[in-house]
Design a binder for this molecule. Structure first.
Ligand code: GLN
Length: 454
């Protein structure tokens, strides 16, 4: 049924870069056989899933939305993918994304944009717009995303779906093509909070292949979601972050956010206002740390190891081949960030930019620690606006970066966050989202509060 739906609508939506119909059908047949004999490997055995094209998938192309990886077929599975297979989830295909996960609209994909199923003239968010659009268009019941600065949560908000960024280290990064190692985190993209808890339980937990993976059991996420769904939040202290709202946020988004807060109060939560004064520096901090890490990571695309190789005429040196390949293979946004990152890391500027950003990052973490003394969870709108029109911000990097105002602090500090639909904005009838953040390793709290809002 999902393959039929993809065939019917993906020509318009373009959520997928690759559809593996044959593989998905044979995995589904194997799942049916297991179910028939009572041997299901997990509660999600047989439930199809779409995977963001940033995850290495054995035997299936993995491009990261970039020309430079065109034609690359990984010889191994990312841990997340291996766990999906072990739990019996048929993989429908790979979803579109901004090139190397840089962007908030999926317009930076080298393979053309994804469109928002709510309104095809609008963006589905990014960088994981393909995964979110696949869910919103009913092309897949579950998907995998990655969130370095908001790429799971912001697409969730603008497509009316659920997205979770787990605690940093809660889901293995092995086989995930790195954008910024200290910020990247894979997580569930779903239509309900309970689905996300089930999927998180399949993909999460310690992995010896990732040295930053947390060596502790996951909290009971499914239990927390079920408990939240009963609608009782008594005893939960909810902190509304003063700095994440107001100026720069669309009225309709703020109205729906206030209603979500009212719902939490009606469910018995105690609501307090908290201040995180350093959050106003989060965007600037992120756009130094991320390009620095990304410029270093992208050095591996040297024309020798993976994908594309452009050989200039004559008798080119290795350096000539590298230059021609990177010139042809990387898009403008990727080049912009390589230049920014290389500059921020260069001798003489390192202390002023990268070093300074790391200090502010610590201040942001202290703001979280302070706030979590007064509140069990923090809440804000997920994204400042609903989905904007394709082309509206693509030539204005700063306007594009501003989409991540509310999501970035969680990545800088490693804390978990969920985006849950908060309703449709009055001005345009498009979906908005509410974000719930919890202290590191307390992912169960975001599921409990999130499920209470559904
Ligand atoms: N939009 C942000 C960026 O461009 C977030 C990206 C992400 O989370 N992968 O960096």
């Amino acid at each position: 049924a999902h393959l039929d739906r993809i065939a019917a609508v993906d020509g318009d939506v373009h959520a997928f870069l690759v559809v593996d119909a044959e593989g998905a059908l044979s995995q589904a047949a194997a799942a049916d056989a297991r179910r028939a004999t009572g041997q299901a490997q997990s509660p999600l055995d047989g439930v199809p899933i779409a995977v963001k094209d940033v995850m290495a998938t054995k035997g299936l192309p993995t491009t990261c939305g970039s020309r430079i990886l065109e034609g690359w077929v990984p010889p191994y599975d990312a841990t997340v993918v291996a766990r999906l297979r072990a739990a019996g989830l048929p993989i429908l295909g790979k979803t579109n994304m901004d090139e190397f996960a840089m962007g908030s609209s999926t317009e930076h994909s080298a393979y053309g944009p994804t469109r928002n199923p709510w309104d095809l003239s609008r963006i589905p968010g990014g960088s994981g717009g393909g995964s979110a659009a696949a869910l919103a268009a009913y092309e897949a019941p579950l998907a995998i995303g990655t969130d370095t600065g908001g790429s799971i949560r912001q697409p969730g908000a603008v497509t009316g779906t659920v997205g979770v960024k787990p605690t940093y280290g809660g889901v293995s990064r092995y086989g995930l093509v790195s954008l910024a190692n200290s910020l990247d985190q894979a997580g569930p993209v779903t239509r309900t909070v309970l689905d996300a808890a089930l999927l998180h339980t399949v993909i999460g937990g310690h992995d010896p292949k990732d040295s930053t993976s947390i060596d502790a059991p996951l909290p009971d996420l499914v239990g927390a979601a079920r408990r939240g769904a009963e609608g009782d939040l008594s005893g939960v202290r909810v902190g509304v972050v003063k700095e994440l709202g107001g100026e720069g946020y669309q009225d309709g988004v703020l109205t729906r956010f206030q209603e979500s807060v009212d719902l939490m109060v009606a469910a018995g939560a105690e609501v307090v206002e908290v201040s995180c004064p350093n959050f106003v520096h989060a965007l600037a901090t992120y756009y130094l740390i991320l390009p620095a890490e990304a410029s270093s990571n992208l050095a591996r695309f040297d024309a020798m190891r993976y994908g594309l190789r452009v050989t200039p005429d004559g008798d080119p040196s290795a350096e000539d081949v590298m230059r021609a390949t990177r010139e042809a293979g990387f898009g403008d946004e990727v080049k912009r960030r390589i230049i920014l990152g290389t500059y921020a890391l260069s001798s003489g500027y390192y202390d002023a930019y990268y070093g300074q950003a790391q200090k502010v990052r610590t201040l942001i973490t202290r703001d979280f620690e302070q706030a979590f003394q007064h509140a069990d969870v923090l809440v804000s709108p997920t994204a400042p606006t609903t989905a904007f029109k394709l082309g509206e911000k693509v030539d204005d990097p700063l306007a594009m970066y501003l989409n991540d105002l509310a999501t970035i602090p969680a990545n800088l500090s490693g804390v978990p966050g969920i985006s849950v639909p908060s309703g449709l904005a009055d001005e345009d009838g498009l979906p908005a989202g509410v974000q719930i953040l919890a202290p590191a390793t307390a992912d169960d709290r975001v599921y409990r509060v999130g499920a209470a809002l559904e």
